[in-house]
Design a protein around this ligand. Structure first.
Ligand code: TPP
Length: 296
């Protein structure tokens, strides 16, 4: 592991700034790419697109205590796009829920870190996910539970376009606008590419912002680049800028980001990373992490 990364992770509860978050995310990309190559399985594209988002949540935003993963007042996070599990496991391991090295046992027979997140087995996982389309309903339930029990925690749910193509999501969006629980935040990793084609080819969501607004959600007007940690921190300020609920934040991201042959390609949604592509990709990821390290 890089020395600088070890230094930052020696105090993972410190609120990291944008440059530190960008560096952490770049290091996590190296780890994810390596694990997926080692294990010859898993989902690179959507894990890479969302790594700045999850890193910023866990290292700047969420009110959590990894030593007490079931703390009742903790903020909740639901990764509705559960196929991006290697992303969540890397961030949870780095944040201190379990040893980060365990991520190298991703999807091994008998490992607790299986292909999709399992809440009964993995410390820090608030909801088991993998079947697309359930996250928003579950998060609504969590946020409603907070409202009814007078708790102040926030509930964040992350979807890609796949979840938004599921009818159940839109029922949950309608219901959320009816109950308006405080602290419910939908984060959309809008990389515009799915498993076997682009979002436009599979089921077009545009105009997405207008649709969410018409369903009664408070949605960001400013555009945010979800692979840019300064933009993500701005989006967090926007979340805190008023008391209108529920909120949805659309982030423009790049599927398979930072490895040129995978950027924007559905073919790298869940393909095993062979040796030849690993050698090319890891060089680019090392260079990106070096660049971010130099900026610290
Ligand atoms: C209900 C359901 N149908 C199909 C799948 C198979 N599947 C896994 S990922 C995926 C595409 C997801 O696209 P998106 O949400 O855009 O993912 P991202 O690009 O963010 O990885 C599909 C169809 C599934 N997991 N669940």
């Amino acid at each position: 592991m890089r020395e600088k990364l070890m230094e930052l992770l020696s105090d993972p509860s410190r609120k990291m700034n944008a440059k530190e978050l960008a560096y952490l995310a770049a290091c996590f990309r190296e780890i994810m790419f390596t694990v997926l190559h080692e294990r010859q399985t898993g989902h690179w594209g959507g894990s890479s697109s969302a790594i700045e988002l999850t890193t910023s949540l866990y290292f700047n935003r969420l009110n959590i205590d990894p030593k007490n993963p079931k703390w009742e007042d903790r903020d909740r996070f639901v990764l509705s796009k559960g196929h991006a599990s290697v992303n969540l496991y890397t961030v949870l391991g780095a944040r201190g829920y379990f040893p980060l090295e365990d991520v190298h046992h991703f999807r091994e027979l008998g490992s607790y870190l299986q292909g999709h997140p399992a809440m009964l087995k993995i410390p820090g996982v608030d909801m088991s996910t993998g079947a697309l389309g359930h996250g928003v309903s579950v998060a609504l339930g969590m946020a409603e539970a907070a409202r009814q029990s007078g708790k102040k925690y926030k509930t964040y749910v992350m979807t890609g376009e796949g979840c938004l193509d599921e009818g159940s999501t839109w029922e949950a969006l309608l219901a959320a606008a009816k109950y308006k629980p405080e602290g419910l935040i939908l984060m959309i990793d809008y990389n515009k590419v799915q498993l076997d084609g682009t979002e436009g080819q599979i089921l077009d969501l545009e105009p997405l912002r207008d649709k969410l607004v018409s369903f009664g959600w408070h949605v960001n007007e400013e555009k945010y680049d979800g692979n840019n940690t300064e933009d993500i921190l701005k989006s967090f300020e926007w979340m805190d800028s008023d008391d209108v609920w529920p909120k949805a934040c659309i982030y423009d991201t790049i599927k398979g980001a930072r490895v040129d042959f995978s950027e924007g390609k559905n073919t790298w949604h869940g393909a095993a990373i062979d040796d030849e592509h690993y050698e090319i990709g890891i060089k680019q990821l090392n260079a990106d992490a070096d660049k971010k390290e130099a900026l610290l």
